[in-house]
Design a protein around this ligand. Structure first.
Ligand SMILES: [Mn+2]
Length: 678
């Protein structure tokens, strides 16, 4: 903090276009200030005055004397605005010192004086220098806020819309499926095995191929603020197919405004594929430094690598993309506009699908329907059509809307804000749950998440995860992802909701989640709201699909007395028959739960039965009950609707229902669990 004096603003120079008199020196200003006393209510006048001006003012990037590129009026807290510094002779030069000190009245007084005398509306530029050193409160002034600056829908084509799109032909052009000839079946099989996607097809498709515009037509007519924040696109990869990775980069370069796209940061999480080494270094030289490549010295996992990318980036906003994406037309301005308005908004593009075999580009969602991200109590990511309570807030279906969470891979956020809220919990391992951690943190600690229908990004959904976690998974007992979920819910949930998680994932109680004291301290420091607030005000539609869970009466392996085998999902995709196999006690496919309301579940599936078979199907949305009860005296699992018992057929070894017989050991079951030896 330099030069803290009793006055709080210093006028250093004035703007060229401002007409009124200015102070010749700092002393004049001090004198002027000392003569005046402004009561509290006058401060409010000043605030109103500035807010009104900020609405009408076009904010332009100005270069501060310190070389910074901040701009505009800053909102310091709910009441106060400030602006400072710029190029003498052109910009309005005002220096804020400390609006949060006891001398706040004087600060307001000073600001009022300055703004009155220098008629901000007439200034070409309103410059400002970073005030990180000057403001120490949790409402820092270095964030540029442009309250009430919304995009506008007009009849003419939007200001960032591409003009003159060229017509191209070739494999995969216009996003059409590319079918390779039969004689290359070996190449296809090989690359699908190695990458989880058909890299041989990708190699034949142009890096800058055309793709269909999947947006609502309305999207073309939105006009966005011209001075959107500079943006770093961060792409983390590990052994990605070269052409798929580079097509991601090409699409970003080709479809982003060059003056807004500050850089692309590629972060290599310790790949070992040969063509991602010097070959990649050489390829990106064509972009003359706009595409930077940094490499981890050891495998860090997606989560830590993303946080590293955020630290190394130098744009105001960071956008995370997976390494197998193609951004669509005019994808970036709609993502940035909400952040420009309020730095605490994180934005999420709508994802289109790119087929992992043919690279066909096609929408995932039905045209014109908006979805948002929610979750079930086992922390599986789910989506739900935007509920009326949110949809009714918007005039146009193409407007951004609020969402409780997001899928994880693709989003935009103010960089400084992301780092300030702790980026990702560094205790999260590799992959999974980080989307929830960030979402809960943002919402509960004063920010929000918006999905942006006019920003579309194609994403290749792989057939499978083509690489292992290597050493990252070493020395960890139990499911890595469930450990992550446990960290997240133990930090952000309240007691009631934690119980839902442990009901749905009973083994998670035994997992060692490590130390979360720093996460809890962060939550307290940021004065975050309770999870119940989030559920009532943001994620209210979760309960419609995934109601509060009744307690488990029994959970664990379901073991047959006659044969000693256990019920098992057999790793099949639902709906499917349930089978039996040797009891292993490790949970997962053999972990069944019977709750107080009669639901017999395994994972997110429910057990359904008739006389001839026993099936697993996704539990009906919005229900948590079922037809099952357990008769401990007879060890019977009874289907109450039929009044029959779960039976293993002695000859066929198939499961079914049969009239209950107390002497039939093929109808006798124990439901039990052991504490795992983790
Ligand atoms: Mn992906």
């Amino acid at each position: 903090m330099q030069n803290i004096t009793i006055f709080l603003f210093t006028l250093a120079a004035l703007c060229l276009y401002c007409e009124s008199k200015y102070f010749e020196s700092r002393c004049d200003l001090v004198e002027e200030l000392r003569k005046q006393e402004f009561p509290e209510d006058k401060m409010r006048d000043w605030v109103c005055l500035i807010e009104k001006q900020s609405e009408r003012k076009t904010h332009k990037i100005g270069s501060g004397k310190d070389g910074s590129k901040d701009y505009g009026l800053f909102q310091i807290n709910d009441k106060y605005w400030c602006s400072n510094t710029g190029i003498p002779g052109r910009d309005c030069n005002v220096t804020c010192v400390d609006l949060l000190s006891d001398d706040i009245t004087k600060a307001a007084t000073c600001a009022k004086l300055i703004f009155e005398r220098h008629n901000f509306l007439a200034c070409e530029n309103v410059g400002a220098e970073s005030m990180s050193a000057l403001i120490s409160d949790s409402q820092p002034a270095y964030y540029k806020s442009h309250q009430n600056v919304y995009p506008t829908l007009k009849s003419e084509l939007g200001n960032f819309e591409p003009r003159n799109l060229k017509d191209t032909t070739g494999p995969g052009e216009k996003g059409r499926p590319y079918h390779m000839s039969q004689d290359r079946a070996n190449d296809v099989a090989e690359s699908e095995g190695e990458y989880g996607m058909n890299i041989a097809a990708s190699d034949d498709i142009a890096m800058n191929r055309s793709i269909p515009d999947t947006r609502l037509d309305e999207c073309k007519y939105w006009h966005y603020p011209e001075e959107l924040p500079s943006t770093s696109v961060i792409i983390v990869f590990h052994n990605e197919g070269f052409s798929v990775l580079m097509r991601t980069v090409h699409s970003v370069i080709d479809r982003s405004p060059p003056n807004i796209l500050h850089e692309i940061v590629l972060v290599d999480d310790f790949s070992d594929k040969e063509n991602l080494k010097s070959n990649l270094d050489n390829y990106i030289k064509r972009w003359k430094g706009k595409v930077r490549l940094i490499r981890n010295a050891q495998r860090e996992g997606l989560i830590r690598t993303r946080s590293r990318g955020a630290q190394e980036a130098t744009g105001d906003v960071i956008v995370f993309l997976d390494a197998h994406c193609e951004v669509n037309l005019n994808w970036l301005p709609p993502l940035l506009a909400p952040i420009y308005r309020d730095y605490r908004i994180m934005t999420v593009p709508v994802i289109d699908g790119v087929d992992h075999r043919t690279f066909e580009y096609r929408p995932v969602y039905q045209h014109g329907t908006n979805y948002r991200g929610i979750f079930e109590w086992g922390m599986l990511y789910k989506e739900n059509e935007v509920p009326e309570r949110e949809a009714s807030l918007h005039k146009h279906p193409s407007e951004p809307y609020k969402s409780p969470t997001h899928a994880g891979g693709l989003f935009a956020i103010n960089r400084r804000y992301f780092l300030e809220i702790g980026a990702y919990d560094p205790g999260l391992l590799v992959w999974g749950g980080e989307n929830f951690e960030l979402s809960f943190k943002i919402w509960q600690c004063g920010g929000s998440i918006e999905w942006v229908p006019c920003s579309r990004v194609g994403h290749v959904y792989r057939a499978f995860m083509p690489y292992s976690f290597g050493n990252l998974a070493k020395n960890r007992k139990g499911s890595l992802i469930t450990i992550n979920y446990k960290r997240v819910i133990e930090t952000w949930f309240d007691e009631e909701h934690k119980e839902f998680f442990y009901t749905r994932e009973p083994m998670a109680r035994f997992l060692d989640m490590g130390d979360i004291s720093e996460q809890v301290a962060l939550r307290d420091r940021l004065k975050c709201k309770p999870f119940s607030w989030f559920m009532e005000n943001v994620a209210y539609d979760v309960y419609d699909k995934f109601p509060k869970l009744p307690k488990n009466i029994h959970w664990g392996m379901v073991k047959n007395k006659a044969t000693g085998v256990c019920l098992d999902t057999m790793g099949k995709a639902a709906p499917a028959y349930i089978g039996t196999s040797t009891c292993h006690g490790a949970g997962n496919s053999q972990l069944f739960r019977l709750n107080e309301a009669g639901q017999l579940g395994v994972g997110e599936r429910c057990v359904e039965a008739d006389v001839n078979n026993v099936k697993q199907a996704f539990c009906r949305l919005g229900t948590v009950d079922g037809p099952w009860s357990f008769d401990e005296g007879h060890s019977h699992l009874i289907h109450r609707l039929h009044g029959y018992c779960l039976t293993l057929q002695p000859h066929s070894k198939q499961l079914g229902l049969a009239p209950c017989d107390p002497n039939n050991t093929y109808q006798q079951w124990t439901i039990m669990h052991k504490k795992p030896n983790w």
